[in-house]
Each structure stands twice: as structure tokens, then as C-alpha cells.
Design a protein around this ligand. Structure first.
Ligand code: SAM
Length: 280
């Protein structure tokens, strides 16, 4: 992949094409190869893997992924100006990089997921969470996800019970994966700089779910309970089941508990009973 090292710098490409960053596409580019190389490195081995990258932008992280040995990258970019800018990289990658000019939110990922697929991306902050929620149910077909989020979202993904960041997103993420923050990236590392710090999160799908529950029931339960975060469970559940107190007692959960006190295991146990007793 030496051809990549002979390409013009990202800054040069951007200047020559007079590319203007667009807020509506959540564009905060990483132009420093030290940072993109580090992201590629922490994503683990890339040879014999398919990598899905959402939002390659000018292609900094894409270059790092190719240099780190990625065998096949499918990069999905919505902005036509970035797609044009990436042409020289597609050529230099000699068949290893497939660029799709598409909205990543509307894609059928099931069809894209070859065995040993990793998703690695500096996500546009405005669609990061909806994208993750699309990927989580497919987690068993994904080897790992190494993703940049706003730090505030990263903290929610990895939060534990009894903390202010713990909520729906924490439980559903941890139902499917084990997640941890690997490192923070300061706002100044991006062009343009966002207002907030970002974090790289590693999400490793569980090979076998540690706790089982019907995902739809779990999601509904999370919506209903965290939707009224400060309420006791017996009160937030009362409109959805005939006898909320008894349901909670059967699940071995104090009816006066609040949702942030429940572990993933508690939620799964409750979701299983909830599914039986819930009246739609
Ligand atoms: N990967 C590049 C980097 O690290 O410098 C760019 C990251 S930038 C935070 C997010 C990228 O996602 C932008 O290039 C933006 O145009 C693209 N993007 C935004 N919304 C998108 C969507 N719905 N589908 C695909 N790409 C999108």
C-alpha cells in the first residue's frame, strides 16, 4: 500500500478541491495521521477482515486502515464532495476500497456483513446513536466495533447502574456487547473543532448473550421505565401491566426501586416476565 504514502496530504486535497466542511453532515475531520493510525491500531488485526467505515470524509482514517493491512473496506459516504475527493484513494487502494455514495442510516447491514467484519468509524455526531442502535441487534455477526462518539455519549454507552449516565442506551448496548472507552480525543484534534471532547469506544459483541430476554420487550421496558426516570417502577409500569407490584416482586425487584438501580440482569429478568403480562 505504498501508493497511499505518495498521495497528496489530506490538507492539500481539501485545499485544492476547496472543500468546505458541512455541519449538516456532522463533519469534523481528523487530519492528523497519528490519531487515525492509533484508531486503526486499537481496532486490532485487520488482515482477512472486512471493515465497514461510515463517513470516510477526506479519507484520513481510511488511509490508516489500509496501511494497517485492512483487506477489504466498504466506506459509506453521504456527501458527494467527499466522494469525489476520495477518488485518488480508491485508485491507490487497488480494489481493497469500495466506496458507496449512500446514507448509512438507510443501508441493509445484514446483507453487508461478511464473516469477520469490523465496523470502524469516526461517526458523524448527529447520527452516531441511531447507527449504533441499527448495528446492535446484528452484533453476533460483527467481530468488533471501534467507534468515535461524543464523550458524553461514550460515557452513557459504558455506564453502570446507580450513575447519572446509566440509562436506556447503556442497558441495550451492554445487552449485546461489552463496551469500554479506550481513549479521549480532544476537540482541537478535529477540523473544524467541535465544542466537546470525543472518545473512542470499543464494543465487543457477546458470543453468547450473558442474559436472555426478548429484545422488543426489553426495549419497551427500558422506554417505559427510563422515560420516567425518577419514578418508582411500580408507578411507571402500572399502565402497562395488570399488577405492577406483583410483577416486580416475582422478578425479585423492590417495587419502590427506580430504573437506574437495576442491573442488566435485573432488566432481562423483568423483561421476560413483562412480556408475559404486558397488555399492548
Ligand atoms: N472519517 C473522517 C475523518 O475521521 O476525518 C470523517 C469523519 S466526520 C466526523 C463524519 C463523516 O460522515 C463525514 O464525512 C460526513 O459527510 C459523513 N456522513 C454524515 N452523515 C452520514 C450518513 N448519514 N451516511 C454516510 N455518511 C455520513
Amino acid at each position: 500500500m505504498e501508493e497511499i504514502l505518495t498521495l497528496p496530504s489530506l490538507r492539500q486535497l481539501i485545499d485544492e478541491a476547496n472543500l468546505k466542511t458541512k455541519k449538516k453532515f456532522g463533519q469534523n475531520f481528523l487530519l492528523d495521521a497519528n490519531i487515525t493510525d492509533k484508531i486503526a491500531r486499537v481496532a486490532g488485526p485487520l488482515n482477512d477482515r472486512t471493515v465497514i467505515e461510515v463517513g470516510p470524509g477526506p479519507g484520513g482514517l481510511t488511509r490508516s486502515l489500509l496501511l494497517a493491512g485492512a483487506d477489504r473496506i466498504i466506506a459509506i459516504e453521504k456527501d458527494p464532495d467527499c466522494v469525489s475527493l476520495l477518488y485518488s484513494l480508491v485508485q491507490a487502494a487497488k480494489g481493497k476500497l469500495t466506496l458507496r455514495h449512500q446514507d448509512a442510516l438507510t443501508l441493509d447491514y445484514q446483507a453487508l456483513l461478511a464473516p469477520q467484519t469490523k465496523i470502524i468509524a469516526n461517526l458523524p455526531y448527529n447520527v452516531g446513536t441511531p447507527l449504533l442502535l441499527k448495528w446492535l441487534p446484528l452484533a453476533s455477526s460483527i467481530e468488533s466495533m471501534t467507534l468515535m462518539f461524543q464523550k458524553e455519549v461514550a460515557l452513557r454507552l459504558c455506564a453502570q447502574p446507580n450513575s447519572k449516565n446509566y440509562g436506556r442506551l447503556s442497558v441495550i448496548t451492554q445487552f449485546y456487547t461489552s463496551s469500554r472507552i479506550l481513549f479521549d480525543v480532544p476537540a482541537q484534534a478535529f477540523t473544524p473543532s467541535p465544542k466537546v471532547t470525543s472518545s473512542i469506544v470499543q464494543l465487543n459483541p457477546h458470543k453468547h448473550l450473558p442474559f436472555t430476554a426478548c429484545p422488543k420487550a426489553l426495549e419497551h421496558l427500558l422506554k417505559v421505565t427510563f422515560g420516567q426516570r425518577r419514578k418508582m417502577l411500580r408507578s411507571s409500569l402500572k399502565n402497562f401491566v395488570d399488577n405492577a407490584e406483583r410483577l416486580l416482586e416475582n422478578a425479585n425487584i423492590p417495587p419502590v426501586a427506580r430504573p437506574e438501580e437495576l442491573s442488566l440482569e435485573d432488566f432481562c429478568r423483568l423483561a421476560t416476565l413483562y412480556k408475559e403480562h404486558h397488555h399492548p
